[in-house]
Design a protein around this ligand. Structure first.
Ligand code: GCB
Length: 628
């Protein structure tokens, strides 16, 4: 045995309460996994039915009068059917399926993990409640070791509720329509998709297991440092072996403590896309627990990017180099699937992001699937990671505040180790009608996220809405959404540059913090052309964004750190008279084909990369759009 492997007897039971681990489930020599994705039985019901009886614990197909359909997991349920009932459903829906747990799983622990259910969910296994959770877009799990039967068939039933209230994250309320129907009103414009929209897995761990790991990184010249904290649950004495592997799988550092710093010579730093010929370099932190005889007890591998983030009143820096963010606001949205995870789609999206030369995006307006975040880590895309607090109104109410903080905690627990996450966003466009409430609410929210994570800056987009400086001392970066030339001064392209620069300077003046535009743009129907340009045409979108480019370039040397267009792709919204088939501010159509603006933005982003990152632009980007 390696002499550096020492036995560490830890107060393990104590640790089990100290940390709420939500590690991404990975198969290893000690961990197995079964996917529960596929077609589930599916039924809708009225909200009151939940409390009627325990009808839902029976086989759906045997419940008299219950109409049972099939539903794909993962997917939003709304656009799978053909009727209004399912698309516009308000309240509970029910999912059910059978699964078999292998006999061999009896020796350890069995977990069920949902990557996201929108919005609240309760799951029963064989009639026993297994887990309940209430914030969408975030994972949750439960130990179901004592609920499942081994070597036999089990049944899982999941109740999913899409109702949003004035204390949920995000907020909403139910309106009685003239028709007598109920409608879920929301404080955002994207379609209110719901369902089991990300993968569901069963997985195993040993009884003493790695519950969580927190990693922070640093470097000094060519030396890299990976500090880690491994949290165990269990009660046995174990031996630890924690090693760092490079991309080729070579061990470059090793330690025997559960909490230590690994030192890496000739470090390969994690760099953003186009800032280095090999952006997104990932090491693997391999954590092994061994029993007293040296047998492998548990093993978990965590990807690690070694990089630093620093910020001051003028700049945001990765590895001590100022970065200029060029990217998008985006949505998880596509035809039929809604917000359901779709691997071909997310790959196409990231191929388009590389093609266009972007280096960043914001997860507007909720945390995206872990598989999406994996791509960002691997490609070197910088992420402003936004919690689901979009359009909060009831600021100052204790329950909303608690839920808001909880959404940040859960997002942090899930994504804390991701190198791509360079900033937290505690929300988008909160209402500002009550400045006192805004101040109190956000003072607590910022303190909370800064306590969780002192290593990353924090923003709220359009903080305080009207940009007065209530609470501004707690915010690190000012992100603002600015629709001059669209919602304001519609059709008035001549005022765009002046309005934009004036707003940027005003915000700089108030906060003295780095400032960036997190949304700008215009709805554009692909294929619609009018000369001279007219709102909704491809010409207008191009002319409007060209004006913004001029404004951005005027601000760039004065604490202006980024531009994100709204939006990456067209997306579905609720029915409304100012949305024709959805929000059409996409640079790409909903099926991910370029509008004219995508080609223009590509020239802009590659020109910025050439000037700021010193890269060669691709041969087919033959015209540079930068400044004037
Ligand atoms: C905004 C919102 C975004 C909307 C966008 C729009 O300010 O943040 O969610 O989609 O405006 O197009 O109206």
């Amino acid at each position: 045995m390696n002499p550096r492997w020492v036995t560490t007897c830890l107060p393990l039971l104590f640790l089990s309460f100290a940390n709420a681990g939500i590690l991404y489930p990975r198969v290893s020599e000690t961990r197995e996994q079964i996917s529960l994705d596929g077609l589930w039985n599916f039924a809708t019901s009225s909200p009151t039915q939940k409390h009627d009886s325990t009808w839902y614990l029976r086989n759906f197909r045997a419940v008299d009068g219950l109409e049972v359909d099939l539903m794909a997991v993962p997917s939003s349920y709304n656009d799978i059917g053909t009727g209004f009932e399912i698309r516009d459903h308000v309240g509970l829906v029910w999912y059910q399926r059978d699964f078999v747990v292998p006999k061999s799983w009896q020796s350890g622990k069995v977990w069920i993990r949902f990557s996201s259910v929108c919005y609240s969910a309760t799951a029963w296994i064989n009639g026993e409640e297994a887990v309940s959770h209430s914030i969408g877009h975030l994972p949750f799990q439960a130990d179901v070791t004592s609920l499942v039967v081994y070597g036999a068939r089990n049944t899982i039933t999941v109740a999913v509720d899409n109702i949003l209230t004035n204390s949920t994250i995000p907020e909403g309320y139910i309106e009685e329509l003239n028709s007598g129907r109920q409608k879920q009103q929301v404080t955002f414009d994207f379609f209110n998709y719901a369902g089991i929209d990300r993968p569901v897995v069963l997985y195993t761990t040993p009884s003493t297991y790695i519950n969580d790991v927190t990693v922070t990184t640093d470097f000094d010249g060519t030396n890299g440092f990976v500090s880690y904290d491994v949290f165990l649950v269990g009660s046995d004495a174990v031996t630890a072996r924690v090693s760092l592997l490079d991309k080729e799988g070579n061990e470059v550092a090793v330690d025997t403590l559960l909490n230590s710093t690994l030192f890496v010579q000739n470090v390969n730093l994690w760099w953003p896309y186009l800032m280095d010929p090999s952006p997104g370099y990932l090491y693997t932190l391999q954590i092994q627990l061994l029993d007293s005889s040296g047998e492998l007890w548990d093993k978990y591998s965590q990807p690690v990017g070694i990089r630093t983030i620093s910020w001051n009143e003028n700049t945001l820096q990765i590895n001590n180099k100022p970065v200029y963010l060029r990217g998008f606001g985006r949505h998880e949205d596509s035809a039929i699937r809604g917000k359901g995870l779709d691997l071909p789609l997310i790959l196409r999206d990231h191929n388009l992001i590389k093609w266009i030369g972007a280096n960043a995006y914001r997860t507007s307006h909720y945390p995206y699937a872990e598989e999406i975040m994996d791509l960002a880590d691997q490609l070197g895309i910088m992420i402003i990671n936004e919690c689901p607090a979009v359009g909060l109104i009831h600021l100052g109410t204790p329950e909303l505040l608690e839920n808001h903080k909880q959404s940040l905690t859960e997002m942090y627990n899930r994504d804390k180790n991701r190198p791509s996450v360079i900033m937290w966003s505690a929300g988008n466009e909160p209402a500002s009608s009550d400045p006192q409430a805004t101040d109190d609410h956000f003072r607590e929210v910022f303190a909370h996220i800064h306590d969780l994570d002192p290593t990353r800056p924090v923003t709220v987009i359009n903080f305080n809405g009207r940009h007065d400086n209530q609470g501004g001392e707690y915010i690190d970066v000012i992100g603002f959404n600015f629709y001059t030339g669209w919602y304001q001064d519609t059709g008035e392209l001549d005022v765009v540059v002046t309005n934009l620069v004036a707003e940027g300077q005003r915000l700089r003046g108030i906060y003295n913090k780095p400032v960036m535009v997190t949304e700008y743009g215009s709805d554009t129907q692909e294929g619609l052309h009018i000369l001279p340009s007219f709102v909704w045409t491809e010409e207008y979108q191009n002319e409007l964004i060209s004006k913004f480019f001029q404004g951005f370039d005027q601000m760039r040397d004065d604490g202006f750190i980024g531009e994100m267009i709204w939006c990456f792709a067209d997306f579905k919204t609720d029915q409304s008279v100012n949305r024709v088939g959805g929000n059409k501010k996409g640079i790409f159509t909903r099926d991910r084909e370029p509008k004219a603006s995508a080609h223009l933005l590509r020239k802009r982003y590659w020109a910025l990369a050439e000037v700021l990152d010193n890269v060669e632009v691709p041969d087919d980007v033959n015209e540079y759009i930068i400044g004037n």
